[in-house]
Design a protein around this ligand. Structure first.
Ligand code: NAP
Length: 287
């Protein structure tokens, strides 16, 4: 199988490049092809002729999107549509990575794949608009929504928390937003399995279980053996430009249909910390 990953230099993309086995995989960053340019997209797809495209490229600065609406839509919606149009022309299958932020966060039960989208932020709006257009152009496209992505190789919540917890005695973390953390390693493996199984339509994929940011931060600090005290607080004390959904737990029912059950977020947290430690450990010199 030939696979092309758009967004290969990002947090998820790097894990996809590390974890993907037994196939011919090409990874592209924005320097290889800017998805806003139909010509650049056409050129790379013609060159690599992929069986599957993983479309993980996006403008992911959720607060930045609020003040750069045109850029958010140009990359997240028009850029994604450019890739899907070209994929349809060249008969490549596509898995498009979307987000829990397409939902309004007002539920008190996990969001199912066919629940109505009602984004509360420009970022969520741009991804929801992409989803709608992609379904029109290519109804069998696999649209994978995930949430609270973390891993090695870029900025993410655990990295920030662990850096803070190693320099402060006390940290405060919001306890009024609930969702599902998702480790890039587990998500990359799931994406690979979904491609092999020929996934079509919308799928929700996150680590198993749900928590608040406070729960997640507490687990991180405990698992890494730091002494910092973690205190719960509320989002109104950390006002940010983009509104976040209060509750964005994604139901795993659609993933179970493919026989896939992802590890729990607590288990993923332990492995993330081990991977961080492993990266930090000095390597033996050869020779
Ligand atoms: N992070 C989360 O918590 C989260 C949650 C839910 C869903 N998602 C979705 O998961 C996917 C991966 O997210 P991530 O956290 O891995 O993102 P990320 O670390 O911000 O990486 C973004 C990737 O997109 C590429 N990119 C940006 N603008 C581009 C353009 N105009 N043309 C081509 N490539 C461009 C970047 O390339 P360069 O680095 O080379 O510029 C980079 O490889 C995205 O679709 C995102 O919306 C993320």
């Amino acid at each position: 199988m030939r696979v092309t990953i758009f967004g290969a230099t990002g947090l998820l993309g790097q894990a996809l490049m590390r974890e993907w086995r037994h196939d011919e995989v090409t990874g592209l960053g924005s320097g290889d092809a800017d998805i806003r340019s139909p010509e650049q997209v056409r050129t790379v797809i013609a060159r690599h002729r992929p069986d599957w495209i993983v479309l993980a490229a996006a403008y992911t600065d959720v607060d930045g999107c609020e003040s750069h609406r045109d850029l958010a839509f140009a990359v997240n919606c028009d850029g994604a549509v450019n890739v899907v149009r070209e994929a349809v022309r060249k008969k490549s299958r596509v898995i498009f990575i979307s987000t829990d932020y397409v939902f309004d966060g007002k539920h008190d039960r996990p969001y199912e794949i066919d629940d109505a989208m009602a984004p509360q932020s420009v970022y969520g709006d741009s991804k929801a608009a992409a989803e709608k257009q992609i379904r029109d152009i290519y109804p069998d496209c696999c649209i994978l929504r995930t949430s609270w992505v973390f891993g090695i190789g870029g900025k993410c919540f655990p990295d920030t928390i662990l850096k803070l917890a190693s320099t402060r005695q006390e940290i405060e973390i919001v306890n009024d937003q609930r969702g599902c953390p998702t480790y890039t390693v587990d998500l990359a493996r799931t994406i690979q399995q979904l491609c092999r199984k020929g996934a079509v339509g919308t799928v929700h994929a996150t680590n198993r279980g749900d928590c608040t940011w406070f729960d997640f931060g507490s687990e991180l600090v405990k698992a890494s053996g730091l002494d910092a005290l973690v205190r719960p607080t509320t989002s109104d004390r950390f006002v940010r430009p983009a509104r976040r959904p209060e509750y964005s737990v994604l139901s795993s029912a659609s993933l179970r249909q493919y026989g896939i059950v992802m590890p729990s977020w607590e288990d993923a947290t332990q492995r993330y910390i081990a991977e961080r430690e492993d990266k930090k450990a000095p390597r033996n010199q050869v020779g």
